[in-house]
Design a protein around this ligand. Sequence first.
Ligand code: SF4
Length: 315
Amino acid sequence: MEGQKNKPVLEVEDLCISFEMYGKGLEKYRLEMVHHLSLTVNPGEIVAVVGASGSGKSLLAHAILGILPGNAKVEGRLAFCGQCLDSAAQQKLRGRDIAFIPQSVEYLDPLMKVGKQVLGTGARREKKQRMARWKQVFARYRLEESVAGLYPCQLSGGMARRVLIAGAVMEPVKLVVADEPTPGLSETLAKETMENFRELAAEGCGVLLITHDIDLAFQVAARIAVLYAGSVMEIAPADDFSGDGSALRHPYSKAFLQALPQNGFCPIAGSQPYAGNLPPGCLFAGRCPKRTDACAGKVEMRTLRGGEVRCIYAE
Ligand code: SF4
């Protein structure tokens, strides 16, 4: 365990996720949705994964947790604190060392009172200890004890979100995977949720924050990975996303930043390519003002100015 102290809490290496699909005449084919994705999360670090919807962000979260549907195929390497994160390990670690904060509060059981859901079965603790921890997490996330007796449909959006986070951290987790934890929340509550992640990171927990909200990601993350059509385009220190984004390396990251309302809301023409009809070479080529014929060749991730980028012309 000593040797694992400085290891990344999460390593994702060359991850590809594909699905078995049925075409015309029930002909089977495989559709790859996530392509050669690599990233790491260190203990005490918040890494945000941002991208438009359909870029593969949630698939990444579900692959780490081992909760993809049965027709999915995962290739590449996943590791938790240096140990292979295969399906047996995922099953063992999920809810114990790895917590999942899902996108939707529909993950709460509508027929069970929320107190019982947060308390869980907690195999690692005696009931007395679990009750003590339960009181701690309720207090920490400003949930009155009376909330325990409510059903999910009786909670406000913000309260339900706090219940989900409370349930996720009942055990002393080392990694939190949060999949779009803020939609539907007011700006104040979204900021509060980010503050909760910052506290978890300060306690040494690694946090993988999946979000479309680059503004929020920028406020708490140390590094931000930008996904486009299932591929990482850039991984950069969060500071590079400040100002006009001139410190960024990839044309898509810059465009993503400039499309924010506070940056003038300048969307780029075109749309993300469909997984079944990807262009050769750079997946962003169809929308990139800098493309040349060379962009149709292989475009690998490379390190550049303290970050990583998938663009042959980035400098
Ligand atoms: S590789 Fe070419 S098309 Fe892709 S982002 Fe860079 S310049 Fe644009």
